[in-house]
Design a protein around this ligand. Sequence first.
Ligand code: ACM
Length: 682
Amino acid sequence: MRPLRSLFLWAAAALCLAACGTASDDAVIPHPASVEELPGSFRIHAPMALSVEAPVEAAEALTGYLKTTPLPIDTAEPDAAKNYLRLELSDDERIPASEEGYVLSVRPAGITIAARGEAGLFYGLQTLLQLHEQFGSRIPAQRIVDAPRFAYRGLHLDVSRNFFDKEFVKKQLRMMASLKLNRLHWHLTDGAGWRIQIDRYPLLTEVAAWRRGATWQQWRDGGAKYCRFDDPEASGGYYTKEEIREVVAYADSLHITVIPEIEMPGHSEEVLAVYPGLSCKGEPYSGGDFCIGNDATFEFLENVLTEVMELFPSEYIHIGGDEAAKTAWKECPKCQARMKREGLESVDELQSYAIHRIGRFLAKHGRRLIGWDEILDGGLAPDAVVMSWRGEEGGRTAAAAGHEVVMTPGGYCYFDGYQDDPTTEPQAMSGFLPLEKVYSYDPAPADMPGREYVLGVQANLWTEYIPTAEQAEYMLYPRLFALAEVAWCQPEGKDYRAFRERALRFTELARSRGYNTFDLAGETGERPESLEPAEHLAVGCPVTYATRWNGGYPAAGERALTDGLRGSWSYKECWQGFLGCDVDVTVDLGEVKPISEVSADFTQWYSAWIWLPARVEIEVSDDGTDFRRIAVVENDYPDTAERPEYRTFGWTGSEQARYVRYHAILNERVGGWLFTDEIIIN
Ligand code: ACM
């Protein structure tokens, strides 16, 4: 029923847009900075006479691009006084100062796009294409003046955990261009597979790009081993240099820069499996960190980066830098010798040494290093750009110190998390990130010191749980529409309700263009329990903790379990987390009272090592000393189930008591976390 209904609603909305001809203010994503409606409309009844006032190369590029779009054009009559489409490079003061800004004027006689730079003309065309897609052949007259908030508007794509072919990448580039996004961060290497041809190191693509196990999960469950490309069970792949050049050139034609990422010093299991001499132990499958004490590591990395720089003209080269384990370095004689020679006090400083050294190498070749925020640990390389992913802290610290940053914090920008009810959505990574939360993000709020160093913002698509192209698009859209507005629009003009209407329409348009999207019209929304404060007998009552919550997930501390606030779908909101121990708490109701219910909810998130309890024991007492057990509740939900689950463990009956002891017992087989949100007593 849902798709039909949403299609009907969308069709009705589109009809209204076309018939009323006045709603263009809400027709475009990202929403333009200013839209002034004018009388009348422009009707496309024949190919528009195209004129492009720009240097020859730019004019040819724009004309060539237009020929790939549904806009009908005729290049034979550039001086036509009606039915024209004029593109003009100009430094008229009414055009926004940005090279990417533009003025689009739709008038009954014709359409003019004026901009200071070729990118501005291209973005004016994107706006026109969206208007054409929504209004058809009669576009309401209007004047749009528009420019981006941020220069860096990115999408990251992990092709290591699961491989996606070049046609998939090009298809997403087309959508990115439509959304005025301009950076593709291509995560080409990681432990689950190497994805780029490097002539000097053929084993990277003969072996490290292949594995047994079609999906990341199957590969992991099968022991995470690589195999040769000609193994009958080989699964995986890589991009040849020719394919990379094709993607980079295609992106360039869409005003998108492709930033390659080559992971180091961690997340490199696949390299070390085939070139084990570059690891500390010298053996395959002995860890994921390069040996930093070994000069051969730098020779390898510099040779790889040399071939990478030949393929990618991007100023920025991403070198990863995240989540190195650093443990082998502590025992490794070569690493220890390097630390001594260089006067390094810690393995953090050893990592920083490696990043500085690679940064100098890139700088020598006219490039700049960009890395995940761990590149801050042990001292940041001069001129390095920080990509802030572990929250906003890294980005804020770097920006305050005058370093350029790209904001991509997990809580707002990780599109591998669930976008709706995790118990019914397709399996995803831990995390809950609905459309509204993406939209709410401000990468550079007014009170942020150094906010002028925020280059922009990026969505990240990690693909551990994304085995197919369809699933990747499902996770991207419509959340990427929201990210596009975060990146392009000034925060004052943002309005979630209006955006959601646009996103509903645009989702249907994206589907008609062949993209698989999440069904926004059928969105369930937040966990119902979390929307209203719970009312029950224990609200506000003191709780004694025999075991203590972990500092990482305190919720409201010692008030958390009786504050009436229930957890969100996200275990990070309003849930109290206990690591490696039971939840053993006693609630004091203040006086002996009749009780008929004691219960608490727990959640299981396999990918975050959070489990339902093995069992729950509930006891009551009048005096806080002598307790009598009233219930033992066993868990029957398997700890092998990867889908998130929320379960209530409780008792109902009839008792009199002042103290209620709620004891949830950790599943010893798996260890890990227990998360609960409220002890409910009635
Ligand atoms: C990351 O998510 N490890 C950057």
